[in-house]
Design a binder for this molecule. Structure first.
Ligand SMILES: *[C@@H]1O[C@H](CO)[C@@H](O)[C@H](O)[C@H]1NC(C)=O
Length: 197
């Protein structure tokens, strides 16, 4: 015979602790949600740009803010030192709307095959630029002061594929001769790049 009291308690326990994943992240039980699930204080400070490219992207995605799940939006703070570069990358699941808050930033993206047209612009404080879905794009601080930008992205989990890291820094390495042929250069040049990444 089924003990219904026991079954009901079990159902409640399962509902409370069950995690339904949406796009890889847990959907919380609405009754357990707190203000902090919708909150992030990680953009108060300037990002640390002491690295090889002189820029730092601080993300606000579903990873930082669980309350963003399923809502189709995220953002990032991007800090640049003079000459700092946010290197060529793509977002697998998002178009990006990029706004300059401080400084002078050169931006660009490249359209798809066969044209591979390079679309580029120099942005001033207050200017906005669009990086369409999945196209390779970058930003570079061409001023002599620090620069700051805010990006908004049309996914709670936009995905970032940095071209150099994906091509030359994969684990394990893509065969050197595959890349030498693809980039029409020598194995030595490719090995040097693979060593860096
Ligand atoms: C910034 O990053 C560099 C390199 O990782 C590190 O040495 C330095 O301590 C960091 N600075 C701050 C203020 O965290």
């Amino acid at each position: 015979m089924i003990n219904w009291t026991h079954a009901t308690n079990l159902t409640i326990i399962i509902i409370l602790y069950m995690t339904v994943l949406v796009n890889g992240f847990a959907c919380k039980n609405p009754s357990l949600v707190q203000a902090d699930d919708f909150y992030f204080d990680g953009l108060r400070m300037r990002g640390n740009t002491s690295n090889a490219v002189g820029s730092k992207v601080s993300l606000v995605t579903v990873e930082q803010v669980p309350g963003l799940n399923t809502l189709g939006i995220s953002m990032a703070r991007v800090d640049y030192e003079p000459g700092g570069l946010n290197p060529p990358h793509v977002h697998s699941r998002a178009t990006e709307l990029f706004t300059v808050l401080e400084g002078t930033i050169e931006v660009g993206f490249v359209t798809s095959n066969p044209e591979n047209r390079f679309i580029t612009k120099v942005l001033q404080k207050g200017d906005v630029f669009v990086f369409p879905f999945r196209l390779v794009h970058f930003q570079r601080n061409i001023g002599n002061t620090n620069a700051l930008a805010i990006s908004t992205l049309s996914s709670q989990n936009p995905g970032i594929v940095t071209i150099a890291n994906a091509v030359f820094g994969s684990k394990p390495d893509i065969s050197t001769d595959v890349l030498a042929k693809a980039f029409q250069t020598s194995n030595e040049v490719i090995e040097n790049l693979q060593f860096k990444f």
